[in-house]
Ligand binder design. Structure first.
Ligand SMILES: Cc1ncc(COP(=O)(O)O)c(C=O)c1O
Length: 382
């Protein structure tokens, strides 16, 4: 069966180039490539394979389920589960050779029980909260926490990590303070007789800003995909966008002045117009906020979205192209001819960030991998 023309093209060469650029910025430090949330919407399996091929030895997922899916697809790199374990997940974690981030003694207890019954060690990375306020052992609690770890001899704390709250803003004072606290966390572990060999705190922004602090690994995500952590952020390394989100006109009609378009009749034509309907909507990841405000590229030129974005359909004013036909390419994110709409610009229309837009391209949108062969050409989103 032929597919609806709506798709996301994923340029795996661009992904590999971005990985190499970040590896260069990271210098001697290991680059853990963050592929959580379906590789920020780009397709976790294909991206993980491409990143492994580009040299990545570590991948980061948010949850155990994502790690298991990668293992089942044959991914063999080390996989760090960044958000830790939920109750009852320790077994799947060990069985699939996933390395959990931990910050609760209950996770240590679960892992200890399993590891000793299997006659093996469980490796974990311990997360400390230095000011993000999300998950992690509070710095002040760390000495007591570290002292308790002797109850879990089969659990090896291989890594120590923290997460920065705003390494993408101009003023790095808070990030530097967090890094200093992280240094104190490492000292507290050493003082408790648990020195941790591998330390990491840097997201994309901190990686390219070469934020100081002793660390053996960095954890970039968004910049792997060619997007920036914040609109005014200078990436300082060459980045190539990885995703192109596109469709094709499904219906084109000429209408007289005074014709309403879409729910609520929020747009009414003022002149004789050509209205093109695109087979893409908010169920695909085009936010409804783009109603009467976003743009798409057709023949390399920008056309305005008119009327409300619907669940499955979106209309554009194509009066500039009276000969527009059904089946002509329309680009939501990416380049076409001399035109380009970045994820960032698209996110701006929706009053959100690129992260949310990219991982919001829904599972209904097939990912098409470039350069593609038959096997990867129409792999779907997961
Ligand atoms: C724990 C952790 N590390 C690294 C990253 C990657 O951050 P970024 O995508 O900003 O590079 C994230 C993303 O949210 C994260 O949650």
């Amino acid at each position: 069966m032929n597919q609806r023309p709506t798709r996301a093209e994923i340029d795996l060469d661009a992904l590999a180039a971005n990985y190499r650029a970040l590896q260069e910025a990271a210098g001697e430090r290991e680059v853990l490539a963050v592929v959580k949330a379906n590789a920020y919407g780009h397709g976790a399996v294909a991206c993980s394979r491409a990143l492994e091929e580009a040299g990545a030895r570590w991948l980061g997922v948010a949850i155990v389920e994502e790690g298991v899916a990668l293992r089942e697809a044959g991914v063999s790199a080390r996989i760090l589960v960044l958000n830790g374990l939920f109750d009852g997940q320790a077994e799947a974690c060990l069985a699939h050779d996933l390395t959990p981030v931990v910050y609760r003694l209950e996770s240590f207890a679960d892992l200890q029980a399993l590891a000793s019954s299997r006659g093996e060690k469980a490796r974990v990375h311990l997360k400390v909260d230095t000011g993000m306020g999300r998950v992690g052992v509070p710095l002040g609690d760390l000495p007591a926490f570290a002292a308790d770890l002797k109850r879990y001899p089969e659990v090896e704390v291989e890594g120590l990590l923290t997460h920065l709250a705003d390494a993408d803003i101009r003023d790095l004072d808070y990030s530097r303070e967090q890094v200093a606290r992280f240094g104190r966390a490492a000292e507290a572990m050493a003082a408790a007789g648990r020195p941790v060999p591998l330390r990491h705190f840097a997201n994309s922004a901190a990686t390219v800003r070469r934020l100081g602090g002793e660390a053996g690994m960095v954890r970039p995500g968004i910049m792997l995909y060619g997007a920036r952590p914040a609109p005014d952020f200078d990436p300082s390394v060459p980045l190539r966008p990885v995703m192109r989100f596109l469709t094709a006109t499904a219906y084109v009609k000429r209408v007289p002045p005074g014709s309403p378009v879409s729910y609520g009749r929020t747009f009414v034509t003022k002149r004789e117009s050509v209205i093109a309907t695109l087979p893409v909507g908010y169920a695909d990841g085009v936010p409804r906020k783009l109603s009467n405000r976003g743009e798409v590229l057709v023949r390399g030129r920008r056309l305005p979205i008119v009327g409300r974005v619907c669940m499955d359909l979106t209309m554009v004013d194509a009066t500039d192209f009276p000969d527009l036909a059904v089946g002509e390419e329309a680009v939501l994110i990416g380049a076409q001819g001399d035109g380009r709409i970045s994820a960032e610009e698209f996110a701006g229309w929706a009053e959100t960030i690129d992260y949310e837009i990219l991982c919001g391209v829904s599972s209904r949108v097939p990912r098409v991998y470039l350069p593609g062969d038959e096997a990867t050409a129409c792999e779907s989103s997961s």
